[in-house]
Design a protein around this ligand. Structure first.
Ligand code: DP6
Length: 428
């Protein structure tokens, strides 16, 4: 390895995901091994993703990371575990153009700079850690020329944040819990979690009729983190044990079938039931955890009422560890009607302009015939709602994001997309 001041960089983009069969509860806190399998849909990275640039240089004197422009500590156990796992698998790297040669053993001494940026508000509660850890692992694996496949990389991302392992793929993804045993240390080989990894069920083209609308719900409440919440559920909820043992294994089989067959009725019924059971587990935790709020409950009621009035599910809902609703419409026509209904009940307040109220794929707004406030005021009362309960809740939703199932991680070869300066290796 020459002692010049070169900088070698890789930039990648990784999507976020939303679980339709939830992960809630660990059997091993350090390795992040779950108590049940889970299934998610990857969201289109055009609307929700993390971009990460990783750089290596002999001139760096320590590992450093910047998130959305601000330096953060890499001291946490989860970052350290991911870095350790990746460094131990690093291989020789040669860039003949730049005259750089890094040998396998050099990676233990070389330091890294990492810059990460979310194209959505980190504080909105939209699984930013899933996309973040997936992107960290994916980009470092490329930089260090790892030979592991995507599923093997997912087992490393899992050690950053459980749900991150599912962001290594597009489409629908299953996180397989792996061997259930809690293995004593002498059997570490078997119980090291290498079999707790993500696999792709189908890619994003398989069910491309689906449209996803996220309602980012206003909340003043300080939420319990997923990590703390699920620890408390594991310690105190009997429902969690019943769910992991009896309910989820059957649901996983049914969900895989529903996805393979594009069976929206079954898909929606399972998705809603699983979200509701996850929140029931939270209520069954001592002390109980409340993630949904009145707005979340209202959205559930509207969707249930609409689905019932049609006689078959048109929209599925699912909620993670927060009040935001993720609504999955069976096709674009239904998504258009859904957005009209959402804007009828949750119009923007007078200071908000429509362009910053509906984000993502705005063409759905055009299909819905909505160009301005006047169109929202003219929206008719949905036929399934009787006029007495037709109250409007302006200000209860911060904004909507229209999106769809999307693809997995990609490398960005365009240097202008890099977040670090190619000469200094510091944030641009
Ligand atoms: C409700 O992956 O954020 O979103 O593994 O402790 O980092 P840690 O938790 P995290 O939990 C996600 C929980 C969930 C359900 C899901 O994504 O499956």
């Amino acid at each position: 390895m020459a002692a010049e001041k070169w900088v070698l960089m890789v930039t990648a983009q990784t999507p976020t995901n939303i679980a339709v069969i939830k992960y809630w509860g660990k059997r091993d806190e350090t390795l992040i091994l779950p108590v049940n399998d889970s299934i998610s849909v990857t969201l289109d990275p055009d609307h929700l993703c993390t971009t990460t640039t990783v750089a290596v240089s002999p001139s760096f004197d320590q590992d450093r990371m910047w998130l959305n422009g601000k330096e953060i500590s890499l001291g946490g156990g989860r970052y350290q575990n991911c870095l350790k796992e990746i460094r131990s698998r690093a291989c020789d790297v040669e860039d003949t153009e730049k005259g750089i040669k890094i040998e396998k053993k050099d990676w233990q001494k070389l330091h890294l700079h990492i810059a990460s940026f979310n194209n959505f508000p980190t504080a909105a509660g939209l699984a930013s850690s899933a996309a973040g850890f997936a992107c960290l692992v994916f980009s470092l694996a490329k930089l260090m020329n790892l030979k592991e496949n995507q599923s093997q990389l997912s087992a490393i991302a899992r050690q950053g944040s459980g749900s991150a392992c599912r962001s290594l793929f597009g489409g629908f993804v299953k996180w397989i819990l792996g061997k259930l045993m809690l293995v004593p240390s002498q059997h570490l080989q078997e119980g090291n979690g290498s079999d707790s990894l993500a696999v792709q069920l189908v890619d994003e083209e398989h069910w491309n009729d689906l449209v996803i609308i996220i309602a980012v719900v206003s909340s003043r409440q300080k939420e319990t983190s997923s990590t703390t919440g699920m620890r408390e559920s594991v310690e105190t909820s009997l429902l969690l044990q019943h769910r992991a043992k009896e309910v989820v294994p059957k649901r996983i089989v049914q969900m895989e079938e529903a996805i393979q067959n594009h069976d929206f009725s079954s898909f929606a019924q399972l998705t809603c039931a699983d979200s509701n059971q996850f929140h029931a587990v939270c209520l069954d935790t001592s002390p109980p955890i409340f993630y949904m709020n009145d707005t979340s409950h209202r959205i559930i009621s509207y969707v249930e009422r609409w689905n019932r009035s049609v006689g078959s599910p048109q929209v599925a809902y699912t909620f993670d560890a927060g009040p935001n609703a993720v609504l999955i419409a069976r096709n674009r026509k239904i998504a258009t009607e859904l957005l009209q209904r959402l804007l009828f009940f949750f119009p923007p307040n007078s200071e908000t302009d429509l362009n910053s109220y509906v984000l993502g794929d705005k063409s759905i707004l055009h299909d819905a015939g909505i160009d301005g406030m006047k169109d929202i005021e003219a929206l008719p009362l949905p036929p399934e709602i009787n006029s007495i309960s037709a109250q409007k809740y302006s200000g209860d939703v911060n904004y909507f994001i229209c999106t769809r199932p999307g693809g997995g991680p990609v490398l960005l070869s365009d240097d202008s997309k890099a977040l670090l300066n190619p000469k200094s290796g510091l944030p641009k």
